[in-house]
Design a protein around this ligand. Structure first.
Ligand code: ADP
Ligand code: MG
Length: 388
């Protein structure tokens, strides 16, 4: 189905389920992080882009205070009263869309006074692959509610609402990157985000003009069991910052690493070194893109992967194999992307070598006895928008 078809189908499904037409259909994309991993919660830099995989929400306001959500993803429906909705009353997938309503309430919206809504969701973002299906569902719903409730919030604020929903209603302690990419993304471009000031700039990627494609290798290793590892990495970063007497690792430069080695244990030091060098790599990537174009960023992507594999220790054998084989098959740079412990790798690949990369990585997975990966290309795309 084309994206237009999915949007039209979402409206038809809404009509079938709720017995009336939707007010409109809103959509938001998943994202790929080009570089800058585990830097967001350290108040550092990230460089994600929105992809051409989206989540659509057909939404219609109601005359009462009830919110109901359905999804092609699940048979479970959820229904709450907005006046009493709270993190404790939400669970399962509906915590994402209904958590958005609650988070808007935390941002000054009087939920008891708002009209309720029905929403039906469909998506072609792979779930749990590290492409942020969660930010896509949040982005589509928050944009729809902002518009239908006539809130007039700007997109950086909508991103913070999405993060609050994910942190408190879902209970996932993630940073602001995913929601920012989904809401601020632009065609052929990345979102260069300073996670301390929350200022963002659009950076031209120019992949197509340079004859390059981004290949996603979804290892099918689900990262959903990784909550413990993620929390442990966050704790290490906090311990490293405390040992150095700084508020966050954003305040630590590459030149400070010698001193850092003296004041913390080796494991904490390696966690710190990843974050500090990764911040430097994001800045180097932005500079290279602006001065020389995307052919100049391959080595930086490679270095990022090595740092995550050896210093931050969040890779898995499937991701390492995907990266090595993609490079051997002609990718100019490759790295795991997302929070780690599974999910996807990205390979920046000359367009004419995409098939070669696909075949070589698939064969290597088969030889290693790994589950077959899903391999596809993505295009940097526009962020959240109203479809009709
Ligand atoms: P990722 O964001 O990497 O895909 P997460 O674990 O952060 O993985 O988010 C995935 C969860 O988001 C799903 O388990 C589900 O609860 C929710 N979700 C994502 N897409 C949809 C959808 N189309 N319909 C309903 N829930 C969804
Ligand atoms: Mg997510």
């Amino acid at each position: 189905m084309t994206h237009d078809d999915i949007a039209t189908q979402a409206a038809a499904d809404f009509q079938a389920q709720f017995g009336r037409p939707a007010d409109g259909v809103w959509s938001a994309p998943g994202r790929v992080n080009l570089i800058g991993e585990h830097t967001d919660y350290n108040e550092g830099f990230v460089l994600p882009f929105a992809i051409d995989r989206r989540t659509w929400a057909a939404v219609g306001l109601r005359d009462d205070n009830t919110a109901r959500v359905t999804s092609t993803f699940s048979d479970d429906e959820a229904e709450v009263e907005l006046a009493t909705v709270g993190p404790d009353s939400l669970d399962g997938w509906s915590a994402y869309p209904l958590g958005i309503a609650w988070a808007l309430g935390q941002n000054g919206v009087d939920l008891a006074e708002q009209r309720g809504f029905d929403a039906h969701i469909s998506s072609d973002v792979p779930v749990g692959a590290g492409l942020s299906s969660s930010a896509a569902i949040e982005g589509a719903i928050v944009l729809a509610l902002d518009e239908r409730w006539q809130l007039g919030l700007d997109r950086p604020t909508l991103a913070r609402v999405g993060q609050l929903a994910e942190n408190e209603a879902v209970g996932a302690p993630t940073g602001i990157m995913d929601q920012s990419a989904s809401l601020l993304g632009r065609r052929d471009s990345a979102v260069f985000l300073d996670c301390r000031s929350l200022r963002s700039e659009i950076v031209d990627l120019g992949f197509a003009d340079a004859g390059l494609a981004i290949v996603i290798i979804d290892t099918k290793v689900s990262h959903s069991h990784a909550t413990g590892g993620y929390a442990a990495r966050r704790a290490s970063c906090e311990a490293g910052a405390a040992a150095l007497g700084v508020e966050s690792l954003r305040d630590v430069g590459v030149a400070d690493l010698d001193r850092a080695r003296e004041v913390m244990d080796d494991e904490t030091f390696r966690r710190v070194r990843h974050v500090v060098t990764e911040n430097a790599r994001v800045l180097a990537t932005v500079r290279a893109l602006r001065e020389s174009g995307p052919l100049a960023i391959g080595e930086i992507l490679d270095a990022s992967h090595v740092s995550m594999r050896d210093d931050f220790e969040i890779s898995v054998p499937q991701l390492d194999l995907a990266v090595v084989e993609a490079r051997e098959a002609g990718a100019i740079g490759a790295r795991m992307t997302g929070g780690g412990f599974g999910g996807a790798a990205i390979a920046l690949t000359p367009i004419e070598l995409v098939d070669q990369v696909t075949v070589r990585v698939s064969d290597a997975f088969e030889r290693a006895g790994f589950t077959a990966p899903e391999i596809f290309t993505v295009t940097p795309s526009d962020g959240a928008k109203r479809e009709f």
